[in-house]
Design a protein around this ligand. Structure first.
Ligand SMILES: NC(=O)c1ccc[n+]([C@@H]2O[C@H](COP(=O)([O-])OP(=O)(O)OC[C@H]3O[C@@H](n4cnc5c(N)ncnc54)[C@H](OP(=O)(O)O)[C@@H]3O)[C@@H](O)[C@H]2O)c1
Length: 253
């Protein structure tokens, strides 16, 4: 079966490409660096010829609210049109648990817009909503740093290993379209400062992390319920402690 992975050169996309190729499928990693641009439409129709499944794990190069909204909306529309021409029978997309509960975040609003385009496109689909990746925690710290101090909401996130996201996406892509949204999340919800401190320490990063009741997370406040998963979520196998044990870059011997 031919599977096109939009964003197939990224963190998730490269691993999805590898896994599905190892299972014997013809997998095309599609991205601007391989000549396929969903935002402009360049190379898209050609890439989709003969494809049965499209997995969209692309991301906007800019997180500015207007840019990211334009990216997911326009790319989604280009994808839907090209998928209809190619006869694609399953569109799989990776979005974010709880995005509708954080309307102050331009990025999360754009992910909701992406989901709306998919739901109205007329191509059978499965939307996989994931919580934040463990691998994304350093970027959260960087985005929340001012004057060398990391200030974040004290609320909980329920992060998941990228490898568990990849396994879930590969399984979904090989199954029938659900025409629905499923959730995947990590095994534990922990206060964001308690997630960031050991991640920074493992990198030898001495920045102070402060949890604040009204702290900002990419333009929005959070409660424990904003970005954590519901009871039906599929839970990834990798614990935060197990993932962290693979991250210690401060050892010298
Ligand atoms: N980070 C998180 O914690 C988290 C949680 C839940 C869901 N997600 C979602 O997961 C998805 C994948 O994230 P990631 O971290 O794997 O992304 P990433 O590593 O930043 O990779 C982004 C990919 O998108 C491609 N891309 C950029 N512009 C494109 C365009 N115009 N047309 C086609 N492809 C384009 C890039 O191609 P080039 O290599 O050519 O630039 C790259 O392959 C995102 O949609 C994100 O919203 C993320």
């Amino acid at each position: 079966m031919k599977i096109v992975v939009i964003g197939g050169t990224g963190l998730i996309g490269s691993q999805v490409t590898e896994q599905l190729t190892a299972r014997g499928h013809e997998v095309l990693p599609a991205a601007p660096s391989t000549g396929v641009n969903t935002f402009t439409g360049e190379g898209l129709e050609g890439a989709l010829v003969g494809a049965t499944v499209v997995i969209d794990v692309s991301n906007s190069p800019s997180f500015a609210a207007d840019d990211v909204l334009a990216f997911f909306q326009r790319s989604g529309e280009h994808l839907a049109a090209a998928e209809k021409v190619a006869g694609v029978t399953h569109h799989v997309a990776l979005t974010i648990v709880g995005a509708e509960r954080a309307p102050d975040s331009g990025y999360l609003r754009a992910k909701i817009a992406q989901e709306s385009v998919i739901k109205s496109a007329g191509v059978p689909f499965t939307i996989v909503r994931a919580t934040q990746f463990f691998e994304f925690l350093p970027a959260i710290a960087d985005a929340a740093t001012a004057d060398g101090v990391v200030r974040v909401p004290a609320a909980a996130l329920q992060p998941i290993a990228a490898s568990d996201v990849v396994a879930a996406l590969a399984g979904v892509a090989l199954a029938a379209p659900a025409n629905a949204t499923i959730e995947i999340a990590g095994p534990q919800a922990l206060p964001l400062p308690d997630l960031l401190r050991p991640v920074l320490a493992a990198r030898g990063d001495a920045r102070l992390v402060v949890g604040e009741e009204h702290g900002q997370y990419f333009g929005t406040e959070l409660t424990d319920a904003t970005l954590t998963a519901g009871p039906q979520a599929h839970i990834g196998a990798t614990t935060f402690a197990a993932w962290l044990a693979t991250q210690n870059t401060t050892r010298t011997s």
